[in-house]
Structures are given as C-alpha cells and as structure tokens.
Ligand binder design. Structure first.
Ligand code: MRU
Length: 354
C-alpha cells in the first residue's frame, strides 16, 4: 500500500497490493477508464495527498467504491455504476440482481439509476452491455464540453465564481458541469477566479476542487462554508455555479448539502445562482423536490476529530434548493430558464432517451 502522503503527487510510490496503482504522471488520469477486465478509477478519498488509481474487478468492488466515496460525484458514479453492471453480468450474475445492487448504492443522484437502466436495457435487448457503458462515458465527456461552452457564454464578464463541492474532472468523465464552466473560461483565456467552499463534512471543495483547479492553473481560493454568505453579501462574488444530483420537473435541485444556503444568500445579495448539470440528472417523474430521496450518512463523518463527543448527529449529504431561487440551468442543450417546468420538459423530450 501507499503509506506516505506526499504533497507532491510526483513522489507517490508504486503500490503493491490489492488492485491499487499509484501513478507518477503529473497529468490527471481519466476519472473512469475500462481496462479490459476492470474499471479503473481515481480513489478520491486519498486526494489531495496521493493520486491512487484503483482497479475495480467485481460488482461488489464497484458498490463499495461508490458507497465509501472513493468514487463520488453524480456523473462519475453513474459511469462507474454502469461498468459495475457489466462486471456483474460477466461474472454470470442475474441482470436484475446486479442492476438493483448497483442502483441502490447511493439514492440521491438519479444519474446512477439512469446509467444502470441504460446498460440493463442494452443487455435485455441483446446488445453489448460494455458498449452501452462505454457510450455513457463518451456521452458524458461531450455533454460536459457543451455545458462548459454554454456556461462560458452565459457568464461572460462574470469572473468571480463561487462553487460548492466538486463538479469537475473528478466528478465527470469530461471537464465537469459547474466546474466545466470554469475550465471552459480558463481554456478560452478569460479571467476566472474561483471561490471554492470547503464543503463540510468531507471537504470535497478544499480537497478536490482546490486540487483540480490548482493543477489546471486556475486561480482558486478556499473558504469555510460558514463564510460563503458573507462573501456573497460582501460583494465578492459575480455568480454562484453549482452542480446537481437530481433536478425535479419544476427545477427544484438536490445537490451537496449547503447549496440551499448559498442560493438563499445569493438571492438576498442579488447574485445570479446557476445550476449546471447533464440532462440525465433531470427526473421529470418528480413534480417537485419534495420527493427526492436524500441520503443521510454516518455521524463519524461529522464528529471526526479525536476527542469529539458521542452525540446524535444529523448528516444529510444533500439538500434541495427551490427552483424559484435558480437563475438558470446550464445543460448540454443550452441554458434553461424559468419557468423550468416548461424548459426542462422541452429539453429532455428533445434529447430523447439517454
Ligand atoms: O457526495 P458527493 O461528493 O458525491 O456529492 C457531489 C455533489 O453534490 C455534486 O455537486 C454533484 O454530484 C454533481 S457532480 C457533476
């Protein structure tokens, strides 16, 4: 196993055991890759200290990686889950069993269920499930590119962007959704300065977004979650851009817990609040966000320091932001605007089946 935690990824040593591969390359490897007999992912729990690749060889490996957040972010759990179904089928497991096993691993991001359904439908129709999973990976990459471009145009002239959690190259197979807009701006040579919320309790902002942007040479500053309202009302932010795990038909959006507070503060400050997501995050079956299943996670994620009290904890991983607080939803089909009940349905129906 990799035992040290160097700040400089280039010094990571070769891993010895259990499907782990440490990489020495300075570039960011693909977030998800099919090796021929395994799905290779970045173990996001080890970042930013170590860049460790993990080969997932069984459907149980995939379920464990998703459940423990080795792999996290709506789009990447969808793609990884798709390969999980492929691995289960290759092991001779019944389709319904592996599909259900993977889909229930994390309940909030509908991308996971959609991806499992795509691979399962291919298998039932006698098509190659692996080709279906690889197709999802490629589609995600292209959808992120389009989101980045649409968001870049929409946010022209807005340079100081506040974002939450991690929605970039680690969370998708492309440049990302909300962070894809940042990458698109940077790639176009436009000024962009990112305020990344720490994102308690698992610190996806401080650990992952800051790492990803630093490696890309993008100007980034981390702030504690509790400082975000002050930044917004203090005039430090030109726009808020966040991702989504599930968007109901009316635009109500489930995303990393803390998003709702950002939306409320942004509205009070008169700062535009954008959601950026691939259309497979849209769940037209839910009229509003009230029925979105919200994952609650272990108390140990919150009370994680030596000497912390043993007290009851409420640790929802996501919250739901009313569509009424959302300025626009940036998708691969362009920027959708209120009323979202109309614009989301039109975009999803025009896109056809995933
Ligand atoms: O619990 P996580 O880290 O998987 O939560 C991730 C988020 O909330 C992201 O904003 C969302 O999944 C979009 S990632 C493109």
């Amino acid at each position: 196993l990799v035992t040290d935690a160097p700040r400089d990824i280039r010094t990571v040593r070769a891993a010895a055991a259990g499907g782990l591969h440490a990489v020495a390359a300075p570039g960011l490897p693909p977030s998800v890759e099919w090796t021929g007999d395994a799905v290779r992912v970045i173990d996001q729990r080890r970042l930013p200290g170590e860049l460790v690749l993990r080969d997932l060889r069984t459907v149980e490996d995939v379920v464990d990686a998703i459940a423990t957040l080795a792999v996290r972010g709506a789009n990447v759990i969808g793609t990884t889950g798709a390969f999980g179904v492929v691995l289960g089928l290759r092991a001779g497991r019944p389709l319904d069993e592996v599909a259900a096993l993977v889909a229930r691993t994390r309940p909030t991001a509908v991308n996971l269920q959609v991806a499992v359904d795509v691979v399962a439908a291919a298998a039932r129709a006698g098509r190659d499930p692996l080709a279906a999973a690889l197709g999802l990976l490629e589609a995600d990459r292209e959808q992120c590119r389009r989101i980045g471009e649409a968001g870049r145009v929409e946010l022209a002239g807005r340079t100081r962007l506040l974002t939450h959690c991690n929605t970039g190259r680690l969370a998708t197979t492309g440049i990302g959704t909300a962070l894809g807009i940042v990458h698109a701006k940077a790639q176009a040579g436009e000024d962009v300065h990112v305020l990344a919320t720490e994102t308690r309790p698992l610190r996806q902002g401080a650990r992952l977004t800051a790492w990803e942007l630093q490696r890309s040479g993008v100007d980034v500053q981390v702030l504690p979650d509790g400082a975000a309202a002050a930044a917004l009302l203090g005039g430090l932010v030109d726009a808020v851009v966040v991702g989504a795990d599930r968007i109901a038909a009316n635009g109500d959006t489930a995303n990393k817990v803390g998003t709702l507070g950002l939306a409320l503060a942004a509205r009070h400050a008169g700062v535009p609040f954008y959601v950026a997501a691939t259309l497979n995050a849209v769940d037209l079956g839910l009229r509003d966000g009230g029925a979105i299943p919200i994952e609650t996670r272990a108390a140990s994620e919150v009370l994680d320091r030596p000497g912390d009290l043993d007290v009851p904890v409420w640790n929802p991983a996501f919250d739901v932001t009313p569509g009424a607080l959302v300025t626009g939803i940036v998708t691969e089909a362009g920027v959708l605007r209120p009323p979202f009940t109309t614009s989301l349905a039109a975009a999803v129906l025009a896109g056809g089946p995933t």
